[in-house]
Design a protein around this ligand. Sequence first.
Ligand code: X8Z
Ligand code: ZN
Length: 421
Amino acid sequence: MKKDYSRFVELSNKGAKEMGYADSGALWRAKYDMPPDEFTKELDRLWDQVRPLYLSLHAYVRMKLHEKYGDVVPANGPIPAHLLGNIWAQDWSNIYPLVKPANADAGYSLTDILKNRKMDAKDMVRTGERFYTSLGFMPLPRTFWERSLFTRPRDREVVCHASAWDVDNVDDLRIKMCIEPKAEDFTTIHHELGHNFYQRAYNQLPFLFRDCANDGFHEAIGDTIALSVTPEYLVKIGFLDKAPDASRDLGLLMSRALEKVAFLPFGLLIDQWRWKVFSGEITPANYNKAWWDLRLKYQGVGPVTARGEDFFDPGAKYHVPANVPYTRYFLADILQFQFHRELSKIAGCKTPLHRCSIYDSKDAGMRLNAMLSLGLSHPWQDALETMTGSRQMDATAIIDYFAPLKTWLDEQVKGKPVGWE
Ligand code: X8Z
Ligand code: ZN
């Protein structure tokens, strides 16, 4: 794939240059209603805001993995990426059992609930859809149910990486996903439906405005909804008899952090690599070295054995060969907490943010729709202001959300090394 990819980079740059951009990376960075250099600075600013939170999680997880695996996991160096429970080390939820706080486990498994209830793929999507209709959105069209792909076909190969489609730019909405009864897929369903409900919210606008405020917004909507899949919500829809009390908060926060905080540096580094590939600063001769340098710099993870240039590890991440920009997911990771904080206020939540569900709040739904229906007709700053009153992306929302966990993590690693350089 490496050879094909480097040829692809040449061709892609040729097109970008013909359009007046220095290279394809510059073209991608030009889509944020601000000078591209300013956008890069914004990313640095946001990363600086969240890095201490990531470092605390990293130090704690490394300590726990060191306890379990011994010196394979250095006490003060990078974590071997293959021990984090995910092939890309982008979401660490699968090692929750290894790192969960003693006595603060939430005490239920959404995966077990889905399995015990014998939920099939469509049942899970229906449940996701009901969240959106509870906010006041119209149910999905009949064709969505007829034309979507919900399970892995037995007779042919398909791309199972989840995606959402708006085939006619009006209401031929579909998702394509190979759903299994597990919590991760339940979350992804809400993510994909967020794309579909956004697509439908802007389908009345002039054609060129039928798009999102910026691609981070598109990725953030469904995740914002998934943040409302709280124990209290699961009780409301009959999935759980009783919500765990506040003594279980650390477990709940830990499980969310393994998904959302662990992801932050990963969300950033993919395009740090690609932008330099497009600009020529990283060449095919050092594709893999530069990749692992960035993995170390941002994530503090390393390969299990040396990875030479015979390997092309970035190619294992879907979005690289599929040429889907990735910074959007970093932005979404920040924005969804900003959206959740605001919508929780509108929904009248008195609980801490990680216990607030906006389910059934028509007021929250109206505010959300006010932003979605702007589509691309305004700069994203206007859309953000419509939703939150602020024109700036702001990581204080994710930081506040995880503040109790951060305090706890810092106590656990007191006297132990933090960071890896
Ligand atoms: O690719 C996706 C979505 C489709 S837009 C399933 N995500 C990124 C990934 O899987 O790497 C969602 C989170 C990050
Ligand atoms: Zn998405």
